[in-house]
Ligand binder design. Sequence first.
Ligand SMILES: Nc1ncnc2c1ncn2[C@@H]1O[C@H](COP(=O)(O)OP(=O)(O)OP(=O)(O)O)[C@@H](O)[C@H]1O
Ligand SMILES: [Mg+2]
Length: 333
Amino acid sequence: MTATTDNTPTNTPPRVIALMNQKGGVGKTTTTVNLAAALAKLGKRTLVIDLDPQAHATLHLGVDPSSLESSVYDVLLEPETETAGALRQTRENLWVLPAETDLAAVENELKDAPDRNQRLTKAIASVADRFDTVLLDCPPALGLLTLNALASAGEVLIPMQAHFLALQGVSKLLETVTLVRQSLNSKLGVLGVVLCMHENQTTLAQEVVADLEDFFASAKGTDVAWANAVVLTPPIRRNIKLAECPSFGQTIFEYAPTAAGAQDYTDLAGTVLGESPKQAEPAPAQQEQATPQPESTPEPQAQVEHKPAQQEPTPTQTDTNSPYGNPYPDFRG
Ligand SMILES: Nc1ncnc2c1ncn2[C@@H]1O[C@H](COP(=O)(O)OP(=O)(O)OP(=O)(O)O)[C@@H](O)[C@H]1O
Ligand SMILES: [Mg+2]
């Protein structure tokens, strides 16, 4: 692995982007790692923070979680742990704050700490001048680790698959973002959705994308967290090479640099950096299909049935096989 020591401090604060979806297996980790690698190749000093006890991002970047002297677990649990000392440089311009399986215990061990939702914010602040971009790979749950991510991020990027039920998941997710914005982090905004494992030729996928575009278009000019959100382009096509490379501890750029996945993540990085006008145009309004929206309702109103946002957090179940239970979202400071 290439490793440079150039990590010269910068004055501009990094963009901190949380890749979040409480649904499991939608492409969060694949996108975190390969988007980070693409940004690093474009010269952006990029940090991946692995917030998932499964440690998939850590493994994908070629770091053995059992070899760690310190990890994000120590950083969150013991605030005096030096975050800088837990960082591992894995490639030129690409670092990871790795996870280990112990991370699952953080949910319980921090439950009584008054600053439990701000631990990550403090850790990132201590190394912020070293990076241009920080990508947070969230676990598939709306627990304390995800709340820490949302409390420290400026932007949320939602990896998802264009399935019908996925829209309901997005509604739930946006409720959580709204509550975090109201209580923990008023600067939080939604960058948009990145479609993963995308099969554009299916009618269902096209309908879901059109619904999402309508939904985001209808939020323009409002004060909701997703007022500037878009369906980012390009969608990431289903590409077997992307599924193969994690087991080699390689990014797509090392494992299969000419594969569609490498092209898609390179182009996505350009979009995220705003270097190409690749954000999808809002689809024309489809009045006859639109769900009527109450004028003053800021909650998600995708063209699917969903439960309205609630002021108080409600119990949430994940639909994942993840090893952690799913504690109720807790937005108290
Ligand atoms: N574009 C793609 N084409 C083919 N396979 C993909 C693609 N993106 C992701 N995968 C595969 O799909 C599976 C789930 O992806 P990934 O692990 O990134 O999802 P996740 O949302 O991080 O999952 P979890 O919720 O468990 O953390 C993995 O096996 C991954 O290799
Ligand atoms: Mg993952």
